[in-house]
Design a protein around this ligand. Structure first.
Ligand code: AGP
Length: 613
């Protein structure tokens, strides 16, 4: 996610802006920039690729002075990490500047419209269309920056938190938001905007949380908030009581818990802009694979590690369920040392959060050496795997700070589902009716994940019953077999409790020998198909005094008679159920680790990105 800070007052803006950006560094970024209106009333800016130190060194050489300014750290979503793509972005005359956090879904059509009016764009970003729309609105008669911003925001689809300044109105910052957080900080004779509390907590604890489609005009003397229609709204000033550490986690105790709760956003952002407005097609962007190649595919190989490997296995179930393509999944660390049978009709995919996992990079290079095209599902734009893949499907989970992957996993599942629909449609293997159903249900998933998160207190109470166990099983079938393995990985890596994910049907082939009354067994038994088989697996475990924790569909009365604990989740179609069913597994692991006093965000022996073999 990008970081925004703005200042207007009587002090030099640059030190305040840089300090604020440093306090937002934890959010992850790949470039940064600053813009001020200087004492001569000129708009002056500097932006640099890389860490804030690079920008700081640049500012030390060519200082910017002025008491009004905006700062930004960019987490690339549209356009690679680079100086030219860094914010702020400008009107064609350089007199208006914008910084932005979010995704403008319809930026390509807006860009084409603006190019038709003679605009040439400096960057690949979606953000640049915002400031050019504002410029056009002013040319079209908008009386001031505020009115021009209001007119422009109406044309945007997607999510935004924006801050703008204008040379001709040097005493104000105009800020606005839709589905991307933005606050106004109130000081004494000076005021701020920021995308998150930590940026300004050392300067003020008085903040206004802007609501969706509200516009704030911020001057040194105060702040006026209006709605998108222009009606003034009186907003409550909140007093922040958090300390900095809690503020960076948005008030959550750990980054992992914050990221578990960010999953509805991560999934909706990953879907955003990838379903055509008429709902009839999936927009995958340029994957550098032709429809003929997709139709000629005989095999897809998906390679990955850890949590991404379990997402990949669900991708295999999806692709084999909806298309006639054979799919094989392998650990990157195995694939690269095998002699896999690849051909021109084989598409290789990698799935990776960081895009820097050494074994996955090596496997990607081996596949390309063997003449295969490689498409990757990646969260970090500009990462090695992003740059070396033929095509990329970005998950838009934002930076994932907790070592244990959560929101990146559910975003990967959403991306793999979209890819499956795209391939199935292209190959004529998914009919219109089924396609419509699946697209509609996919768009309901964020709200259904939200509903599971509302059960957090119950899930915590279940976890607290089992935190002393030394072993656990996670059982699932079909799409939820890899999901069960992911649940086991979560528990292992943050609570250090031994856990295994297993195909439920395999229990009788040996593992059931381990079961006794000290052995919690998490059973994912949602969905109609294979339900009865799952119940009989549960009964097998129960007969041996195993403790059953069932993940079941709301309204399922049968399972509660045989399970010690039941966590109910909303119903969905089986292929999408892992996105919902994994949430209780994540929270179960989290609260067991909390009870066990583990270092949840930085588990022992683990790194966020395994860049070594
Ligand atoms: C997941 O919780 C782990 N932190 C780890 O298994 C991770 O998924 C694995 O290292 C792969 O990382 P990547 O997705 O960045 O390639």
């Amino acid at each position: 996610m990008c970081g925004i800070i703005g200042y207007v007052g009587d002090k030099e803006a640059v030190p305040i802006l840089m300090d604020g950006l440093k306090r937002l560094e934890y959010r992850g970024y790949d470039s940064a920039g600053i813009v001020v209106i200087d004492a001569c009333g000129e708009v002056r800016m500097m932006k640099r690729e890389g860490k804030l130190k690079v920008l700081e060194d640049g500012l030390a050489e060519h200082g910017l002075r002025g008491t009004l300014g905006l700062g930004h750290t960019r987490w690339a979503t549209h356009g690679s990490p680079s100086e030219v793509n860094a914010h702020p972005h400008f009107s064609s005359d350089g007199e208006i500047a914008v910084v932005h956090n979010g995704i403008i879904e319809n930026f390509l059509e807006l860009r084409a419209e603006l190019e038709g009016k003679g605009h040439t764009f400096a960057s690949e970003t979606d953000t640049e269309v915002i400031v050019r729309l504002v410029e056009e609105a002013l040319k079209g008669g908008a009386p001031d920056l505020e009115a021009a911003v209001r007119a422009s925001l109406r044309k945007l689809k997607g999510q935004y938190a924006v801050g703008l300044l204008r040379r001709k109105e040097p005493d104000k910052i105009v800020a606005a938001r839709l589905d991307s957080p933005l606050i106004v900080g109130l000081g004494d004779g000076e005021n701020y905007i920021a995308s998150d509390v930590p940026a300004i907590l050392n300067r003020t604890r008085k903040v206004i949380y802007l609501e969706n489609e509200e516009i704030a005009v911020v001057t040194a003397d105060g702040c006026r908030v209006t709605d998108i229609e222009g009606n003034e709204t009186v907003r409550e000033v909140k007093e922040i009581t958090w300390d900095i550490d809690a503020a960076e986690k948005g008030g959550y105790e750990k980054f992992m818990l914050k990221e578990i709760h960010e999953q509805p956003q991560a999934v909706s952002k990953t879907i955003m802009g990838r379903i055509s407005t008429d709902g009839k097609e999936i927009l995958m962007g340029d994957l550098n694979v032709t429809p003929e190649e997709i139709r000629g595919l005989r095999k897809i190989f998906i390679i990955s590690c850890g949590t991404a490997f379990y997402a990949s296995n669900i991708g295999r179930y999806l692709l084999e369920h909806y298309t006639n393509i054979a799919v094989e999944v392998d650990f990157s660390s195995e694939f690269r040392y095998r002699n896999p049978k690849l051909s021109k009709q084989t598409l290789v995919m990698t799935v990776t959060q960081s895009g820097e996992t050494a074994d996955t990079i090596a496997s990607l290079r081996m596949a390309k050496e063997k003449g295969c095209k490689v498409i990757s599902v990646v969260n970090v734009v500009g990462s090695t795997i992003d740059r070396e893949s033929d095509g990329v499907i970005y998950t838009r989970a934002g930076p994932e700070i907790g070592v244990a992957s959560t929101k990146a996993y559910t975003a990967q599942l959403a991306a793999l589902f979209l890819f499956t629909l795209w391939v199935g449609r292209m190959r004529g293997e998914i009919d219109d009716g089924r396609f419509r159903e699946l697209v509609d249900e996919l768009q309901r998933i964020p709200a259904k994940v939200e509903r599971v998160l509302e059960k957090e207190r119950h899930i915590r109470s279940v976890a607290e019953k089992y935190y002393r166990a030394t072993n656990a099983f996670f059982l699932g079938r079909g799409f939820n077999f890899p999901n069960a393995m992911e649940g086991a990985l979560k528990l292992k890596e943050i609570s250090y409790m031994h856990a295994e994910g297993y195909a439920a049907g395999e229990m009788k082939h040996g593992p059931i020998a381990l079961i006794d009354e000290h052995f919690p067994v998490v059973c994912i038994c949602t969905g109609a198909n294979k339900y009865d088989k799952m119940l009989s697996n549960i009964k097998e475990v129960q007969a041996r005094k195993g403790r059953i924790i069932a993940i079941a569909t709301e309204g399922d009365d049968r399972v509660k008679d045989i399970a010690d604990d039941v966590i109910y989740v909303p119903e969905t179609v089986e292929p999408l159920s892992p996105l919902i069913n994994v949430v209780p597994l994540q929270l179960f692991a989290y609260y067991i680790a909390l009870e066990r006093g583990c270092d949840i965000d930085k588990p022992r022996n683990l790194a966020k990105s395994v860049t070594v073999e």
